[in-house]
Write a protein that binds this ligand. Structure first.
Ligand code: HEC
Length: 170
C-alpha cells in the first residue's frame, strides 16, 4: 500500500521533482540499456564485446577503452562523451560519427536521456566493493556482550573489574 502510494506520487510529480525524475530515469535507462545495448556492450571495466566496455564512459574521450580496436572514425572523432555528445551520437551514430561500426539510431529523446542518465550513474559510482561497515559494527561491543564476558574476567585485577562494571552500566 505504501509502495503503491510512492509510485503514484513519483509519477504525478515527475515534472516537479528532479530527484525522483533522475532516479526513475536511471532505472528506466538501465532497462533500456539491457534491451538495446548489452548485445554489444558491457558496463564492466575492461570487458569488451562487439563494442567496447562502457564502464565510466561519461566524461571520457571517445575511442579510448583499453584493449578495444575502434574504427578510425571513432578514435579520430575528437569527441568527449558528455550528455550532449552522447545524445547526438545515439540519435544517429552514423551521422554523428560517419564510418563508425556502431549502427544505432534512437529517435526517442526520452529513451536517449534515460540511457544517458544510466551511463552517468555507472560512471559516477565507484567500482570498489562493499564498504567496510560490518567490521566497524563488530568492534563496537554491545552492553550485553560486555556483561556476558564479565564473569570470565572476574579474576582479573580490580581496575579491570571496575572498567567492566562501568561498561555494563552503560
Ligand atoms: C550492434 C552492436 C552495438 C549495439 C547494439 C550498440 N553498440 Fe555502442 N558501439 C558498438 C561498436 C562496435 C562501437 C565502436 C564503434 C567504433 O569503433 O566506431 C560502439 C561504441 C559505442 C560508444 C563509444 C565508446 C567509446 O569508448 O568511445 C558508446 C558511448 C556506445 N557505443 C554506446 C552505446 C549505447 C548506449 C547503446 C545502446 C543504446 C549501444 N552503444 C548499442 C556496437 C554497438
Amino acid at each position: 500500500m505504501l509502495q503503491l502510494k510512492r509510485i503514484v506520487l513519483s509519477t504525478s510529480f515527475l515534472a516537479f521533482a528532479p530527484f525522483a525524475l533522475a532516479q526513475d530515469e536511471v532505472a528506466q535507462g538501465q532497462k533500456l540499456f539491457e534491451t538495446q545495448c548489452v548485445s554489444c556492450h558491457t558496463v564492466k571495466p575492461g570487458v569488451n564485446g562487439f563494442g567496447p566496455s562502457l564502464a565510466g564512459v561519461v566524461g571520457k574521450p571517445a575511442g579510448k577503452a583499453p584493449g578495444y580496436t575502434y574504427t578510425g572514425a571513432m578514435s579520430n572523432s575528437g569527441l568527449t562523451w558528455d550528455e550532449k555528445t552522447l545524445d547526438a551520437f545515439l540519435t544517429s551514430t552514423t551521422e554523428k560519427v560517419p564510418g563508425t561500426s556502431m549502427p544505432v539510431a534512437l529517435p526517442d529523446p526520452h529513451v536517449r536521456s534515460a540511457i544517458i542518465a544510466y551511463l552517468k550513474s555507472i560512471s559516477a559510482a565507484p567500482t570498489a566493493g562493499p564498504t567496510p561497515v560490518a567490521p566497524v559494527a563488530i568492534t563496537k561491543p554491545s552492553g550485553r556482550r560486555t556483561s556476558s564476558r564479565a564473569p570470565r574476567r572476574a579474576h582479573a585485577t580490580g581496575s579491570t573489574r571496575a572498567r567492566i562494571t562501568r561498561a555494563s552500566d552503560l
